[in-house]
Design a protein around this ligand. Structure first.
Ligand SMILES: [Fe+2]
Length: 256
C-alpha cells in the first residue's frame, strides 16, 4: 500500500510533534502493510511551509531514523498546499513540492467556503501541466451540500483524494455519507490517511481499504494502481464521473 497524504515529518506543522512520534507513525504504517508514505506537510502562503530543498532534507533525515529503527517504510517528499490565487507564480518560482516530484499536486481548499478563484487556479495549473489532487473533498461544507461541485472539476481532469478516516466515520456521519457518495460516483480516485499523530488522528489506511472493499469490491485495485501511478508520474486510469442525483425521502418528495 502507498499512503499519499501524511503529516509524518516531525516538528514542521500540526502533525508529528517530534521524532519519536514520527517513528510511531512510521511503525503504525508499516504494521498496516504500507510500504511507501508521502510526507505532505502543510504549505500556506503566510510563511507556513517548506521549500522543496528543505522538504527533501527533512525526508532524508527521517528516512535515516526509520531505517535505523528497523522499520520497513520509504518516505517520499510532497506537500499539502492551501489554495491561493498566487499558486501558479509560486510553482514557477520553485517554492512548492509536488508529490514525489511528479505533475501531481496535493491541493487543499478551505473547509468552510470554497473560494471564488478556485476554478481559475485549477485552470492555471492545468495549463502549466500540473494535475491537481484535491485533498479530502468530502470534508468541505460546499461539497457536502452539493457533491456535483466535484463532478464538473473531475470532468476537467482534476483528481480527488479521500481521507481514510472519513470512510470510517472519524469526522462524523455527514462526512462519511459524502465519502460514500463520492466513491460510488467515481468522484474520488485516491485514498490517503492524512495521519497527524499516533493518537486521535492515527494511521487508518488499512481499515479504510477494508471498508472501501465492502463498498466497491475488487474495484479497489483502481485506488491502489492510481497511487502507484501518481508516485511514478504516470497517467491514471479512472472511470468517468457519474452525476449525483439526490435520493429524496418521502417527506422531501411530498414538498418538492
Ligand atoms: Fe493533511
Amino acid at each position: 500500500m502507498i499512503d499519499l497524504h501524511s503529516h509524518i515529518l516531525p516538528g514542521v506543522d500540526d502533525g508529528a510533534g517530534d521524532l519519536a512520534e514520527a517513528l510511531g507513525i512510521a511503525r503504525q504504517s508499516a504494521e498496516q502493510g504500507i510500504e511507501k508514505i508521502v510526507a505532505t506537510p502543510h504549505w500556506m502562503t503566510d510563511g507556513y511551509g517548506l521549500t522543496p530543498e528543505v522538504t527533501a532534507e527533512r525526508v532524508r533525515e527521517l528516512q535515516a531514523s526509520i531505517t535505523q529503527a528497523g522499520i520497513e517504510l520509504t518516505v517520499l517528499p510532497g506537500a499539502e498546499v492551501l489554495i491561493t490565487p498566487e499558486l501558479g507564480r509560486l510553482l514557477e518560482q520553485g517554492l512548492i513540492s509536488t508529490i514525489n516530484h511528479s505533475r501531481y499536486l496535493l491541493l487543499e481548499l478551505s473547509f468552510r467556503e470554497i473560494p471564488d478563484y478556485t476554478e481559475n487556479v485549477l485552470y492555471d495549473l492545468k495549463v502549466m501541466g500540473y494535475i491537481p489532487v484535491l485533498a479530502h473533498p468530502e470534508r468541505y461544507q460546499d461539497v457536502m451540500a452539493d457533491p456535483n461541485l466535484l463532478y464538473s472539476w473531475v470532468k476537467e481532469g482534476v483528481l480527488a483524494q479521500l481521507n481514510a478516516g472519513s470512510l470510517l466515520g472519524d469526522f462524523g456521519l455527514r462526512v462519511q455519507q459524502t465519502a460514500e457518495i463520492l466513491v460510488q460516483h467515481n468522484l474520488v480516485h485516491l485514498l490517503g490517511s492524512d495521519v497527524h499523530s499516533t493518537g486521535q488522528r492515527k494511521q487508518s489506511l488499512q481499515p479504510a481499504f477494508v471498508r472501501l472493499r465492502e463498498l466497491i469490491g475488487g474495484e479497489i485495485t483502481r485506488f491502489t494502481d492510481n497511487a502507484q501511478n501518481v508516485i511514478d508520474n504516470l497517467d491514471l486510469k479512472s472511470g468517468s464521473p457519474i452525476y449525483y442525483r439526490e435520493k429524496k425521502g418521502f417527506i422531501k418528495r411530498l414538498f418538492s
